[in-house]
Design a protein around this ligand. Structure first.
Ligand SMILES: [Ca+2]
Ligand SMILES: [Ca+2]
Length: 280
């Protein structure tokens, strides 16, 4: 057999991974390394690779996660010929940005048909790939009439704020009030989308509308309290389709409110207490 003076060459290929935007993958990426040599069988070749500044290790497959990576690799044949070192860059951002949203005010009263400015604010975080610089918002009106949308900037601290005008009116027979659903989304470099939803209601009246369960904080209406500007005169955080989930602390009993029209019970009392200490 002639002397083997030819070194193997190595190619890298993505075996699996979902490519998102801007050349970033949104899933872990599996890389396969294949060596070829004109005078050696592939199975006789030994391949080494390293990820970023790590150490070279032997192998023909690897998987990388979040980050901007450089994979370096080379192969050696049985005669000891060392092939050239190749490299492949792989960008992965599989961390979805998180966003919060709070509407203020979250209740419009009285229903005098005026448009009032609602300030929606929140915070955006993303532990991989940098914090997105914008959020998009869309208002969905239960009545399908007042539905502004737009884009707002995220500042260097991850905070955003925008104002949408919403109309303080509702149909007289709309016992559970008019619901505006505000959805805020933010998209990172790879195309991962985070979203948050907050609600604004135009209650049927101030004293007798639904108790609610947003994050377990029920603010039911206290019907006999003159609220003025006090808290507790309205609820927020309705579930979709008017379903209200009331979360009762351990050790208490409570009713699951499926209609969203019950201001009594534990939440109603809570609202009443808050209202009595309001600024009315
Ligand atoms: Ca060779
Ligand atoms: Ca990300």
């Amino acid at each position: 057999m002639a002397t083997d003076l030819t070194a193997p060459t190595t190619l890298a290929a993505v075996v699996s991974g979902h490519l998102g935007n801007n050349d970033f993958y949104t899933t872990p990426v599996a890389i396969g390394l294949s060596a070829t040599d004109p005078d050696n069988a592939p199975a006789s070749l030994t391949t080494f690779y390293k990820v970023d500044s790590g150490l070279f290790i032997q192998g023909n497959s690897l998987t990388v996660g979040d980050g901007v990576h450089t994979i370096s690799f080379y192969s050696v044949d049985p005669a000891g010929n060392v092939g050239p070192t190749g490299s492949q860059s792989v960008n992965v951002d599989m961390t979805v940005p998180t966003v919060t949203a709070v509407a203020n005010p979250s209740s419009l009263f009285p229903p005098n048909h005026k448009f009032l400015p609602i300030t929606v604010s929140g915070h955006v975080t993303d532990t991989s790939g940098g914090v997105p610089t914008t959020v998009n918002y869309q208002v969905v009106d239960e009545y399908g009439k007042v539905q502004p949308s737009g884009t707002a900037a995220v500042d260097a601290n991850g905070n955003y704020s925008f104002v949408v005008p919403l109309q303080s009116s509702r149909l007289g027979q709309d016992k559970d009030g008019r619901l505006y659903t505000i959805t805020v989304t933010t998209t990172d470099q790879a195309g991962n989308v985070g979203s948050a939803t907050t609600f604004v209601t135009v209650p049927h009246d101030q004293g007798h509308h639904s108790g609610n369960g947003n994050n377990g904080q029920g603010h039911g209406g206290g019907g006999k309290v003159n609220h003025g500007k006090g808290h507790g005169n309205h609820g927020h955080g309705r579930g979709s389709d008017g379903v209200t989930i009331v979360i009762v602390p351990p050790g208490q009993t409570g009713d699951m409110n499926l209609n969203g029209d019950n201001g009594q019970g534990p939440n109603g009392n809570n609202g009443k207490n808050k209202g009595s200490h309001g600024h009315g």
